[in-house]
Design a protein around this ligand. Structure first.
Ligand code: SF4
Length: 766
């Protein structure tokens, strides 16, 4: 084990000077970052947690310093509510009543149900739910996939609750999601526009906020477009432009209108690299009037010019500001229009990534230093790291958001509902493994509706959950298993999105009570399915980690040995220059076409045209007014748009029960001074937020940091319904609607209309 003994280090627990052992590891949860986390261990307990403070800290390679969440991990690790033993359900499903059982009984029961359901319904009835509490290369998800693949297969999913729409949409423009340059290139930008992008809280790659700060120091102007005056805007923005949720494409359309009508577009770039911008560059056979330019100028099918005045009505942004923004972006080249994941998590979330990419193309900001191609922005530079082999013989996959429909009517779902790999599903979901995730209830839409669905044991017949705490999702388990956490295991973990490095996670402390590592218990499950030899190949967990390093070394000869990697805890790939997305395509288009069907940047996608769903999935990017958006007549009853922002105190729902984090940032919702005053609501007052789907009681933060007409509930609060079903903790999904988006079949969780009322008023109306 990698141990650095620091003599005379200060023990913060008893104020005497003791020896500590420092173990290097990293968080492996879905937090937006990956940092070096150092656990200071004394007498088998972690006494404090620090971060990367030894390695050289340079502009090219800043230290991987952690945020408050891993630093506060002791309060999570030693929490008295930690799950300690395997348990079986004794109450109604979802009630949260369990009794302790042995691991033998738990695994025997799981094996029996797996055998029965596989025999009765086949592999498409077995579903591994989307779960990101452990993103390590040898997580329990990985092992369960491997085992089920060997046992006959399982229904897979694609997409993520974070970025499904942009992942689905961006390739229709660029042929890939990898439209992001290296972040260190931002120092070359004159202007940076951040749309719904708040890395000060979401991290979005360790050090992303740092790179933005360096860009600002180098002279870049930073503009934040967001319904909230976010922490990133507070720290870095020269200008904050509040925008109504779901209307980003309307703003981008109007910017395009200004650029075109003032002839500010880079016409040479458009003529050289793009398809579908204007009527002279359309695919054959498409009727006139369907180009992007025709749509923007209102000379196409809808005959509506997308003027700044038109966009003002939807977005709430004054037309003068839209004109200013368009001119600044067109005239201050190179400029980076960077989109976060918030703008694409709505009813028509496929549109903003393509609208942003259209603007980047119009201004010629693609493939150049200081530019940014917009869209998904996943890094264009990737490194290979080995993986555990999984060969799922079942080819069926659904969008990660479609599982409730696959429980209810899986056999009716086919390609039109986003099913991949098969024409139609052959079974409804009957068995769910939810391992280190809270998307069964908490992070999924419409908690009340989902709870009712999962409560029906005739539908999903058996649910296995592994976690650290009795989360909202864990309450729906039939068998509940106590997992280990990242301080208690060894693993290898990749950066969350951006970063040219990989981390080794050393085990800091022993696992407590009867909590077990995923490999450990899934191997025992393999034995019950008579697959031990195939599953383990005779390997221990350490052997598998060595296997991953060996596979990595085959592709990267400079990669260190297992021992060296483990000792250092991190390996950095070295590059002379930042990577620029699509540089080759722009510099040498003949030899490097874009990976689209046409080889061009596709304003117009023939693939989308052929889907023949123009109102919801247009062939060119368009603003489509959202249901429960600012233009929905339902605003007469529910006048406030409700979104759910990420905070620096949680990793989605993880750490909601960490008291230290509650102290750092309490669970309160944001409401504007204007909207609060109109309802007589005071700062710090507990009020009711409601719509037809549910009610939430939560404390109000009355603030000028949110635009009027919008409220925001920090996403991730654990759903805690009282006897009447009113959530007492502030889980936004009590209010969200279950309605998949039209192309990605994804979660539109920022699309909600609600009303807010004082509690005495609610009582009076009962
Ligand atoms: S929570 Fe994520 S970003 Fe924060 S310290 Fe841990 S690994 Fe880094």
């Amino acid at each position: 084990m990698c141990k650095n003994v620091i003599k005379g280090a200060r023990d913060m627990t008893d104020t005497t000077f003791q020896e500590e052992t420092i173990i290097r590891t990293s968080g492996s949860h879905n937090c937006g970052g990956r940092c070096i986390v150092k656990a200071h261990v004394k007498d088998g307990r972690i006494v404090r947690i620090t971060s990367d403070d030894e390695r050289p800290d340079t502009d090219k390679r800043p230290q991987l310093r952690g945020c408050l969440r891993c630093r506060a991990y002791r309060s999570y690790l030693y929490h008295e509510d930690r799950l300690k033993y395997p348990m079986k359900r004794i109450g109604k499903r979802g009630e949260g009543l369990f009794e302790r059982i042995s691991w033998e009984e738990a695994l025997d029961t799981i094996a029996d149900h797996t055998k029965r359901i596989m025999a009765e319904y086949g592999p498409e009835a077995i579903y591994l739910s989307y779960a990101t509490g452990n993103a390590g290369k040898t997580s329990e998800q990985v092992w369960m996939r491997r085992l089920l693949a060997l046992y006959g297969g399982y229904l897979d999913y694609y997409g993520t609750y974070s970025s499904a729409c942009t992942n689905a949409a961006t390739p229709y423009t660029y042929g890939t999601v990898n439209s992001g340059s290296s972040r260190e290139d931002w120092v070359n930008s004159k202007l940076i526009i951040l749309m719904g992008f708040n890395p000060a809280a979401t991290i979005h790659g360790t050090n992303t906020a740092y790179y933005l700060k360096k860009a600002k120091e180098a002279g870049a102007k930073i503009i934040c477009i967001d319904p909230l005056y976010s922490d990133t805007a507070v720290a870095l923005a020269d200008q904050w432009i509040p925008i109504r949720p779901t209307t980003d494409s309307a703003l981008l359309d109007a910017m395009a209108y200004v650029i075109i009508t003032e002839n500010l577009q880079d016409q040479v770039f458009l003529d050289t690299y793009c398809l579908g911008f204007d009527e002279d560059h359309m695919p054959e056979g498409i009727p006139a009037g369907n180009s992007y330019k025709s749509y923007i100028l209102g000379t196409g099918t809808d005959q509506v010019p997308k003027t700044p005045a038109w966009a003002e009505r939807s977005t709430g942004i004054p037309r003068e500001i839209i004109i200013q923004l368009a001119r600044e972006y067109a005239l201050n080249k190179p400029g980076a229009l960077i989109q976060g994941f918030g703008p694409q998590r709505h009813a028509y979330g496929e549109q903003p990534p393509r609208s942003g990419a259209a603007l980047a193309a119009m201004t010629g900001n693609i493939g150049i230093k200081g530019g940014w191609a917009s869209g998904c922005g996943s890094p264009c530079r990737k490194q290979y790291v080995g993986s555990i082999p999984i060969n799922n013989p079942c080819k069926a996959a659904i969008s990660m958001y479609m599982w409730p429909l696959a429980i209810q009517k899986g056999t009716e779902l086919g390609k039109r509902e986003g099913v991949r790999g098969v024409d139609k599903l052959s079974a409804n979901i009957k068995l769910i493994f939810n391992l280190a995730g809270n998307c069964l209830i908490n992070q999924h839409s419409d908690t009340n509706g989902t709870a009712e669905l999962l409560g029906d044991e005739n539908l999903a017949q058996f649910i296995v959950v592994s976690d650290h705490f009795l989360t909202s999702s864990a309450k729906f388990a039939d068998i509940l298993l106590p997992g280990d956490n990242f301080m208690e295991r060894e693993d290898i973990v990749l950066p969350w999105s951006a970063g040219d490095y990989v981390l080794f996670m050393n085990k800091a402390v022993d696992t407590v009570y009867e909590c077990r590592n995923g490999y450990d218990w899934i191997r025992d499950l393999a034995e019950r399915l008579e697959l031990t030899a195939e599953f383990t190949q005779g390997k221990t967990l350490e052997d598998w980690l060595r296997f991953i390093v060996d596979e990595t070394r085959k592709e990267n000869p400079g990669f260190p040995s297992y021992e060296e990697f483990k000792e250092k805890g991190v390996y950095d790939w070295e590059y002379e220059e930042p990577a620029i997305a699509f540089k080759e395509q722009i510099e040498d288009p003949r030899h490097h076409p874009f990976p689209t069907p046409s080889g061009k940047i596709e304003f117009f996608s023939s693939r989308l045209w052929e889907l023949d769903k123009p109102a919801e999935v247009p062939a060119i990017p368009k603003y489509i007014p959202a249901w429960e958006g600012p233009e929905d007549p339902l605003r007469g009853t529910y006048p406030l748009q409700c979104i759910g922002h990420h905070t620096k105190r949680r990793v989605h729902s993880m750490f909601d029960n960490n008291d230290w984090m509650e102290e750092a940032e309490a669970q309160v919702f944001w409401i504007s001074i204007y909207d609060a005053k109109k309802r007589g609501i005071k700062n710090g007052e507990r009020v009711c937020i409601y719509n037809t789907r549910g009610k939430v009681i939560l404390t109000a933060k009355v603030t000028p940091r949110i635009m009027p007409g919008v409220i925001s509930i920090p996403q991730g609060g654990w759903w805690s319904p009282d006897k009447e079903g009113t959530d007492q903790r502030g889980c936004i999904n009590t209010l969200t609607k279950y309605q998949p988006t039209p192309l990605a079949f994804a979660n539109p969780q920022h699309t909600n209309l609600v009303e807010v009322a004082k509690l005495d008023q609610m009582e009076a109306e009962k």
